[in-house]
Design a protein around this ligand. Structure first.
Ligand code: CA
Length: 224
């Protein structure tokens, strides 16, 4: 899952990026409203953390422009503790949730996790496909009740496919959502990691849809 953090305070920006990367997200950052707006307008993010008080272009205007232009990614706004009117204005402008400053990283993480899974249509932190169960909060995968050990990258890939199970996900989409801006997009890395997941988790979990991408079949109960 790839996130955008728009925050002009360098320490806070760094802290958010580090905290979100630590729990497995890929994070791009912007330090003013114009840069943030441009990234959110051109890159496909799974969610955005948006400060409201930003130089060049304020956060509320950034959000309004995205929504006006049909950019639908979940947006979590950062507001000042005592400015209730900011929260109302932010929600009205199209924010999905807010966190007041100063915040605990755990709260930002929990709210983002909920936004990302709800945007993908999941009400709970556990997503299942056959006997494979992915716990988004714990960052854990089990098959038939047994823990499957995955690297953080393998987990990210499986998590994205599980969030979007039942749908064909192209390699381009995976690359866009699993790597930051600087990644070499011609690489065959995705295929390699899908191969590893098949080996480690289940050989039939991830289906290759020739010429289109990959799909995890929808089947919540019983064997596939
Ligand atoms: Ca600020």
């Amino acid at each position: 899952m790839r996130l955008l953090v728009v925050e002009d305070d360098p320490d806070l920006n760094r802290q958010l990026k580090a905290g979100l990367e630590e729990v497995g997200y890929v994070v791009d950052t912007a330090f003013d409203g114009e840069e943030g707006h441009h990234l959110g307008d051109t890159e496909p993010y799974d969610a955005v953390v948006l400060d409201l008080g930003l130089p060049v272009l304020d956060g509320l205007s950034v959000l309004e422009r995205w929504r006006r232009d049909g950019r639908l990614m979940p947006v979590l706004i950062l507001t000042a503790r005592d400015r209730w009117s900011d929260k109302v204005a932010g929600i009205d402008a199209g924010a999905d949730d807010y966190v007041a400053k100063p915040f605990h990283m755990e709260e930002v993480v929990a709210r983002l996790r909920a936004l990302v899974r709800r945007a993908a249509g999941h009400a709970s932190n556990e997503i299942t496909a056959g006997d494979v169960r992915l716990d988004v909060r714990a960052g854990k995968v089990t098959r038939d009740g047994m823990t499957v050990k995955l690297t953080s990258h393998e987990f990210r890939l499986l998590s994205y496919l599980m969030h979007h199970k039942g749908r064909v996900v192209s390699r381009t989409e995976l690359i866009e959502h699993l790597y930051d801006q600087d990644f070499d997009r011609d690489s065959n890395t995705i295929e390699v990691f899908v191969g590893r997941l098949r080996k480690k988790v289940d050989s039939e979990l991830i289906e290759t849809v020739r010429g289109l991408g990959y799909r995890i079949a929808v089947s919540d109960d019983g064997p596939r």
